[in-house]
Design a protein around this ligand. Structure first.
Ligand SMILES: [Mg+2]
Length: 262
């Protein structure tokens, strides 16, 4: 596919675009060499808040792709940015989430309060937490009901695993929303904030940046909301049929990243 010359940069989703679980999609080193030769800048933007940028760098390195961690923007980084905007000097927060989220918040000077000290929290942040339990959900619910600002990493209802789809961040967030009647402020796709952070990092404008993803309702919706050009790859969740019915349809549809860049 011949991409128009106005495109200077790409914002790449990872799961379903670069790999499916542990299996790479195409020859990743060749794909990154191709981006290099086309002089395309790139960053990664993922809704997965469980892993740190360093963990993604390691995963990419395992496929012989060398990148620096500042190129990886997760919904955890995005939510930490959002909360830091409200509380610029940091402070105590109550977190239901994993190490990727905790690290991103610590980097913005937030400290995690324990269940016993939950009452001190100035914000509640919920993401996917595979150690979730009743006590965590109880404290988060009590805080949100009291009016403490409530943030969600991403609204994904499910999280893909080799055995199938398991409850994702959105499913756990919905427990608290259902109990309180209060919806969180979301950071990840389909909201455009994560794309806007990626654009700031790239230093490119939305009309010269292509958002690439495998899911219409998250990747394409976020890219479109940010006013970027959008490419759907068919190597993940969404199908060509679904893409053609999506309004407005993605600017480009390709079998995978290799074909998009060919
Ligand atoms: Mg994906």
């Amino acid at each position: 596919m011949k991409l128009p010359s106005q495109i200077k940069a790409m914002i790449l989703d990872m799961d379903g675009v670069l790999w499916r679980s542990e299996v790479p999609i195409g020859e990743l080193t060749a794909i990154f060499d191709r981006m290099e030769s086309l002089k395309l800048k790139y960053v990664f933007a993922t809704n997965n808040a469980t892993l740190s940028p360093e963990a993604y760098v390691e995963k990419l390195a395992s496929f012989k792709v060398k990148v620096t961690s500042d190129r990886v923007i997760t919904s955890a980084i995005c939510v930490a940015n959002l909360i830091a905007h409200k509380f610029p000097s940091g402070g105590p927060v109550f977190v239901v989430g994993e190490s990727g989220l905790i690290q991103a918040l610590q980097e913005k000077n937030f400290s995690m309060v324990s269940i016993a000290d939950a009452g001190n929290a100035q914000a509640v942040v919920v993401g996917l937490d595979r150690q979730v339990n009743f006590e965590k959900m109880r404290e988060a619910t009590l805080l949100v009901k009291q009016g403490i600002p409530f943030y969600g990493t991403n609204p994904d209802k499910t999280f893909p695993t080799p055995r199938g789809e398991i409850p994702g961040a959105g499913a756990w967030i919905s427990v608290i929303s259902t109990a309180t009647g209060i919806e969180p402020i979301y950071a990840g796709k389909p909201y455009p904030r994560i794309i806007e952070i990626a654009l700031e990092h790239l230093g490119t404008s939305n009309d010269e940046t292509l958002v690439v993803g495998d899911r219409l309702e998250t990747d394409m919706a976020a890219g479109q909301a940010a006013g970027c050009l959008c490419a759907l790859v068919l190597s993940g969740v969404s199908s060509r049929d679904q893409a053609e019915r999506w309004m407005p349809p993605p600017d480009f549809i390709a079998d995978d990243l290799t074909h998009l860049l060919a």
